[in-house]
Design a binder for this molecule. Structure first.
Ligand code: PMP
Length: 425
């Protein structure tokens, strides 16, 4: 039976059928994003139904995995690159560049760039530069992927140094994006300085090497304050607006600390009663620093650090030093919540089973901590808890989403039962 025949039978006009849209009545509103840059940000805030039902609070999550590079690091990479271009540290070789705005009351020049709408993007006129500048970064993946995308989009080379124990999906993707990937041995307890992160320092060394023909720029996501400014300028305001200006608790992990600091620095003055919780994986020094004022206890320093920067199956969050980007928001953090690997794995499987939500490890940690935060605010209180969904599960198929890998690590996924873990009934 064809649709028009069915309509005739039902004695309906096409426009009366709710399944058939009447065309020609919509006032067209031009909505075109300019390049990859234009696809970054404005991610939706989603209510996680299962967790909201279980806690009686509204658990809202910023779906940052919907950025074009599948993580909030797109915002950071754009902010870092635009700031460097403005300061003459990078010259885009083919792309669009921002016409400088004369916004003088900015806390940081990055703001005007990120607030700039498409009108302030204009084609570069100087043509293709023969020897593009190189962006160097030491990263476990997400920032490297975002930098690699924007390097292609704006005409740079990207050279990414990463620890060799990271999931292979990330290094393969980086290579596909045209980045040069240098795998280095991760920082370990036998390193001279416990704070040395080899990938990071290697990238810095390269950028300072003057024997190269082309210019080098060290993105420096841990210390470069264009990082937290990106979240202050975009993620924070988006959360405020999308939540209707109601956030009782904000929950996030910290890798560089940029997301946490940028969001809370924006939100706290508007919502002074909002509680801030740091979600922290095993082995990270931040938990003790926030809750007890000391970075390590001896047991953690000696026993728990193995080959990973922190000893956990969780990637991207947890640090053992206070970065510039974390320091900016540290004073607003009320409490750190320790999330075990088992809890993170169980949460990730729970969310797929109940919501069809397929997430990476740091997002799972954030969700466990969001449930705990909801419990602290009061079950069935209807309070609003906002957290961040950083990246999708696809990026973690070889590790966090591999039952075999987890078994080797000592976690038997078949044995996991979320009711035993106590975060959900
Ligand atoms: N999740 C993932 C997957 C990450 O890669 C990172 C950054 N390393 C984070 C969360 C934490 O974000 P931030 O660096 O802003 O603290």
């Amino acid at each position: 039976l064809s649709a028009p025949k069915l309509l005739r039978l039902l004695n309906l006009q096409p426009s009366e059928n709710p399944r058939i849209k009447s065309h020609g009545k919509i006032a067209p509103e031009k909505d075109i994003r300019i390049g990859m840059e234009g696809l970054i940000g404005n991610t939706p805030l989603v209510k996680i139904k299962s967790l909201s039902e279980a806690t009686g609070c509204e658990i809202l999550a910023k779906a940052e995995f919907l950025n074009p590079g599948n993580s909030p690091k797109d915002r950071v990479a754009l902010s870092i690159i635009l700031e460097a271009e403005k300061n003459g540290l990078l010259r885009p070789s083919h792309s669009l560049h921002h016409r400088p705005t004369d916004n003088t009351d900015d806390h940081n020049a990055v703001s005007s760039h990120l607030r700039a709408d498409n009108d302030s993007l204009e084609p570069i006129t100087s043509g293709k530069v023969e020897d593009p500048d190189t962006i160097y970064e030491g990263t476990v993946g997400s920032t490297g992927i975002s930098l690699a995308i924007l390097a292609r989009a704006r005409g740079y080379r990207a050279h990414i140094c990463m620890p060799d124990d990271q999931s292979p999906e990330k290094s393969n993707l980086l290579r596909a994006l045209g980045a040069h990937v240098e795998q280095v041995r991760p920082a370990s307890i036998v390193d001279k300085s416990q704070f040395v992160n080899r990938a990071y320092s290697r990238a810095e060394e390269h950028s300072a090497d003057e024997s190269r023909d082309s210019r080098g720029f060290f993105a420096d996501q841990f210390e470069n304050e264009a990082n937290w400014c990106a979240h202050y300028d975009t993620t924070g305001p988006e959360i405020y607006s999308q939540s209707g200006g109601v956030v009782d608790a904000f929950v996030a992990g910290a890798g560089t600390g940029g997301t946490l600091s940028g969001c809370v620095k924006y939100l706290k003055p508007l919502l002074p009663d909002m509680k801030v919780f740091l979600a922290d994986p095993p082995g990270s020094g931040l938990f003790n620093k926030v809750n007890y004022g000391v970075m390590f206890d001896e047991k953690e320093r000696e026993g728990r650090r193995r080959r990973h920067q922190v000893d956990t199956v969780v990637e991207g969050i947890g640090i053992n030093r206070i970065t510039n980007n974390f320091r900016r928001g540290e004073e607003y953090v009320d409490k750190a919540i320790r999330v075990t690997d088992e809890e993170a794995v169980a949460m990730s499987r729970y969310l797929v089973e109940h919501d069809g939500l397929f997430l990476g490890s740091s997002s799972a940690v954030n969700c466990v901590a969001a449930v705990r935060a909801a419990r602290e605010l009061g079950e069935e209180s209807g309070k609003v808890v906002v957290t961040i969904l950083c990246d999708p599960g696809n990026r973690h198929l070889g590790k966090f989403w591999s039952d075999e890998y987890l078994k080797d690590y000592g976690i038997d996924v078949d044995d996991l039962d979320w009711s035993d873990l106590g975060f959900l009934d």
